[in-house]
Each structure stands twice: as C-alpha cells, then as structure tokens.
Write a protein that binds this ligand. Structure first.
Ligand code: ATP
Ligand code: MG
Length: 571
C-alpha cells in the first residue's frame, strides 16, 4: 500500500473529551472517528488492526474446535421473555419496534438466540460437544459511554457459546477457551492476568476475566508476583489473620465521650487500630438491618456481605430508626447486646482478636477487653470473609504478600450450566436414551477494547508503539524526499522486495517534508521504519529505526530485506 492512496488523517490535537491516552492517540493517528456518543467509525488503519486482532481470535477459536457462524443482531423480544431477561436487562438494552409493533432488541449478547438456535437443531449427544462463535457488533446503551472504544455503545465482540452433555464436558470446554484466551492476548503482545471474577448478573458457575494491566483500567485487581493467582478486589479470598494470643482480661464498659469514629476511639483510649472492631450498618431491599464487623484498619466488602446473607441483593446505608430498633446507636455499635432485629455478620479475622475495643450499643460508651470467641453469641452471628483486600494481604494460594493493580477487562469466560438451556427448554437425547439439558458456557472478547488496551499499555510521548502482530502495517518505507525521483524509485524497489517477502509494508511516498512524515510514523507507531536518504543512494547504506526503543541501525542495501525480517521476529 502507498501512503498517497491511504486515507489516514493524522492530527495534532485530540478531542477535548478524550481522557485516556489510547482514545487520544487513536483519534490523532487517524484510526477512528466519532459519529455520536459511543458510536465510532474505524478508518483504514484502525480497521487493519481490528482485522488482525479478529484473525488471531479466529485462528485460536478454530484450533479449539470453534465454528464461526453469524446470527442476527436484531433479536425478537420473545426470546428474552423466555429467559426472563427482557424485564431485567433494563435501560442498557437498545429496544425497537418493527412496523407491526412487534418488539425487538439490538443484541447486547446472544445467549438466548444461540440457545434457541441449538435447541431446534441439535437433538443427539452425537452432535456434542459443540462450540459456535461469531464476531459482530453488540449494542449496549451504557450510562456513560466513554474512553473511546473502551466503553462504547456499539462495539465488536467475539462471542463463543459451548454446548456439552455434562458438567465434565462443560469444564473441558471452559479449559479450552481459557487456554485460547491466554494464547490470544499473548499473541497480541499484552501483559494480562486471568482474574477470578464474580459471575454477576449472567449467573452460572465459575468465571475469569482476562484483564490487561494498566493504571487507567476501571477494574481493581489483587495479584501475586510469586504464583499466578489474581482476583478482582471484590472477589479476592482472604485468609484469617491470627492475632497473637494474649491473656484474657474481663470485659469492661468505659466512657468514650463523642468518640463516633474508629480514629476517635483509638486516640481516646490510646490503643492501636488493629485492636479495635469497626461496625458498618446496612439495610437491604426488605429493610432488614445488616451489621458488618471488621477489624478497625480493614474495610467492609459489600459484595461479600451480600453473599453471606441469604436474600440480600442490594445494600444501602442503614436508617437510624432501624439501628435504634435493634437496640443500638450509630457510632457505638457492637455485636454484644444487639437484639434479633439485626443480622450480624462478623469478619473471620475479628473472631481471632483478643482484648479488643468494640462499641457498647449506647451513646458515648465502648467495651474494652472484648474477646469475640468468648463474648459474642455464636448462635446469632454469621462469621465469614467479608473484608476488602489490602496490599500486603497473603496470597490464598501461596501465602506471599499480594499486590494491587488496575486493569482493563478485555475478555471474560463463564460456565453457565443449565441457566439458559433450562429456561429455553433446550434438550438432547443422551446415549442412555434419556432427555437431558445442555450444559453451556459463554466466552466474550471485546475486539475494540483489546485494541485500545494494547495502546494503553504501549505508547510514549510521540505516539503508539504497536507490536508486530497487530500493527496496521509492520514496516513503513520512507524516502526522505519523495520529490526526488531517484530516491522514490529506490524506496519503491525496497518496498516491492519486502512485499514479495510477505512483509505487510507501507510506502510513504507522500511529497511531505521528512519531519512531517517521521512524526506521523512515530504517531501511528509502525514497528519498523526503513529510511531512504541521499546517503543511501550514495553509499548503499539503509537506516532502520525500531519504534519501541528508538534504536537506529544501518545496514547494507543488500541485507535490508533479510534484516527487516529478522528484526520483525523480535517485535
Ligand atoms: P464491563 O464490566 O466492562 O461493562 P461486561 O463484563 O459487561 O463489561 P461482557 O458481557 O463480559 O462485558 O462482554 C465481553 C467483553 O466485551 C468484555 O470483556 C469487554 O471486552 C467487551 N465489552 C463489554 N462492554 C463493552 C463496551 N461498552 N464497549 C466496548 N467493549 C465492551
Ligand atoms: Mg465481563
């Protein structure tokens, strides 16, 4: 391809709304253009990268036995009513009516549609396992579309669905996809972790999020440098921290005037914060009072609290009246003396404390020398892991201290079990002649988000730094002065040779100043630049610039093609 025929409008400025570097650079390098909030066009360079990412995904899906199909984007409401998700999906779903008033949605995901396709077609265990996938636009009317392709309203997703005879089969499919995802993101040159994830609204069994490590990411993850453990901060399992054993002292009520916060109490009583017990009071949709207790220096993890209490789906700050009805008062709550109106959830680490400070359920009073095992009513409390992870907490797999980082979720794998196959009555005849329900899994990758994450991870002040695998072009050949016919002809010759050798190469034959062309090369981020200058014509020496480290190498003209090919292998 020649730059004079390429539509690649580069810009000096990025749009004011662009906060993330990937968004700014995609815009400036002429990869994308915005149509409206969360709706983008991909220009030729952007689309070339998208196609390369899709090709990597396709190869890895096919290797694992996936078969590519294409389903309609427009989905009838009836399918979603069958699964019950028409009512619960909410405003994120883009809905429309046809001329007869029938209701449809633009697919945000395709579990219902694939399940209905398979239930009508696949009747025998002999047709299983089955893995079908597609790559197409998905639609989600995000509350805050932002960060360019990272969170848009129309985006390209690869979604694969697996159908198996039994749970073992489903787990094998899951492992295959897990492996394929690891290969895909490695091939794309990304630093990522497979993070144990919460299954969220999609339901089913286990799940991992493939998260690209980047400070700008929206997810917060805990990970271990010593082993491959990683989990979202909401999900990270924590071990009990055992306090050093002490001689037990008798519990005693003391006056703590105006000490409503842990800080105030610890200062007033002059005790370390690790010796205090903190209360956080919530209520749920049924106005039940739920009081969570953690060590003073720990934070409550609401998701874990919800998981510990049957039927709690949302938590809100508790009402003062509810707290009073449970025989307590805000700022001085304690498990000792709360009545049956409160559901008490205590963090496992609190149960290992000795001679601690806790509220006394009355204004301006605390208990000292509280030893939970002795002083809490074991029958009335739930003990669970309910705190947020903190830097330095031990890894649940190997015990080494965990680190925290931020990341971008580029893909997610789920086992769904029978959630959709049961709701949509999707069954097959098994070998024993019995009718059984499919065990399913679903596996998504955001293609545009993967491109954005790659830029987020690899860029510098001059622009994007692509890895070879997903660069719009692998190499750019630049004659510094394309107005010089000899130079242009020389460059064209090298360009033709590289093309013939199978290199994905661009010839920058624009009659622009060299400085302008070099700036564009760096901004767009081609992994290698081959420069043809008057010196090349004189001495036969060709300059090659490696984008990611800025290194300039000089080779003899005769070696140019083989050197480019060798260098590309390392990029
Ligand atoms: P998020 O939590 O970021 O909203 P999600 O968990 O709802 O994403 P999935 O349903 O797991 O997303 O979709 C599979 C993949 O599709 C995600 O891992 C992500 O890469 C991509 N994706 C989801 N929503 C968007 C969006 N609004 N814009 C771009 N890509 C998206
Ligand atoms: Mg997800």
């Amino acid at each position: 391809m020649k730059a004079t025929q390429l539509y690649a409008p580069t810009l000096r400025e990025s749009p004011a709304e662009a906060e993330l570097i990937s968004h700014k650079l995609m815009y400036r390098a002429g990869l994308i253009r915005k149509t409206a909030g969360g709706l983008y066009s991909y220009l030729p360079l952007g689309w070339r990268t998208i196609k390369k990412i899709m090709q990597i995904i396709r190869e890895e899906m096919d290797t694992k036995g996936g078969q590519e199909i294409m389903m309609p984007i427009v989905q009838p409401a009836e399918l979603w009513q069958e699964s019950g998700r028409w009512a619960v999906y909410g405003d994120e779903m883009m809905r429309l009516k046809d001329r007869h008033g029938r209701e449809f949605a633009l697919g945000p995901t395709h579990e219902e549609m694939i399940t209905s396709l398979v239930r009508d077609e696949v009747k025998s265990y002999k047709q299983l396992p089955l893995m079908l996938y597609q790559m197409q636009n998905k639609y989600r009317d995000e509350i805050r579309p932002r960060f360019g392709l990272m969170r848009s309203r129309e985006f390209i997703m690869k979604d694969l669905y697996s159908f198996d005879r039994d749970v073992d089969g489903m787990n094998i499919s899951y492992e295959k996809m897990y492996d394929a995802y690891s290969r895909i993101f490695t091939r794309c040159g990304l630093k990522f972790r497979a993070v144990e994830a919460d299954n969220g609204a999609i339901g089913g069994g286990h799940s991992h999020e493939f998260t690209v490590l980047a400070p700008s990411g929206e997810s917060s993850i805990a990970y271990c440098e010593s082993c491959d453990y990683a989990a979202s901060d909401e999900k990270a399992e924590l071990k009990v921290i055992h306090a050093e054993r002490e001689e037990l002292r008798p519990i005693e009520k003391v006056s703590t005037p105006d000490c409503h916060t842990i800080d105030a109490v610890k200062n007033f009583l002059n005790v370390p914060i690790e010796k205090t017990i903190k209360a956080v009071a919530f209520m749920d949709d049924d106005e039940r009072l739920i009081v969570a207790f953690v060590r003073g220096d720990h934070e409550v993890n609401e998701i874990k609290v919800m998981n510990a209490v049957d039927g709690a789906n949302h938590l809100y700050m508790a009402d003062e009246k509810l707290i009073a009805a449970a025989n307590s008062c805000a700022g001085f709550m304690s498990p000792i003396g709360l009545n049956d109106k409160a559901i008490v959830v205590v963090d496992q680490t609190v149960m290992e404390m000795y001679n601690a400070v806790a509220g006394a359920n009355e204004v301006d009073a605390h208990f000292i020398n509280v030893t939970p095992r002795r002083d809490f009513n074991a029958e009335k409390i739930t003990v669970a892991d309910i705190r947020m992870i903190q830097v330095g907490d031990p890894c649940p797999h190997c015990g080494k201290p965990l680190s925290m980082t931020r990341g971008i979720e580029v893909g997610q794998v789920f086992t769904l079990g029978k959630k959709y196959s049961e709701a949509l009555h999707a069954t097959f005849l098994d070998e024993d002649g019995k009718e059984k329900t499919f065990e399913m899994g679903c596996y998504g990758i955001g293609v545009g988000r993967t491109m954005a994450a790659a830029i987020e991870q690899r860029n510098d002040k001059d622009g994007i730094i692509w890895t070879r695998a997903i660069a719009p072009f692998e190499v750019v050949v630049v004659p510094v002065n394309a107005k010089d016919a000899n130079q242009l002809a020389y460059a064209e010759k090298i360009y033709e040779e590289l093309k013939a050798a199978g290199v994905d190469v661009l010839l920058d034959d624009r009659k622009e100043r060299a400085g302008v062309k070099f700036k564009d090369c760096d901004l767009i981020g081609y992994p290698l630049r081959v420069t043809i200058s008057p010196k090349t014509l004189e001495s036969g020496s060709v300059e090659i610039k490696i984008r990611h480290n800025g290194e300039m190498l000089n080779f003899d003209r005769s070696e140019c093609v083989s050197k480019v090919i060798d260098l590309l292998k390392t990029l």
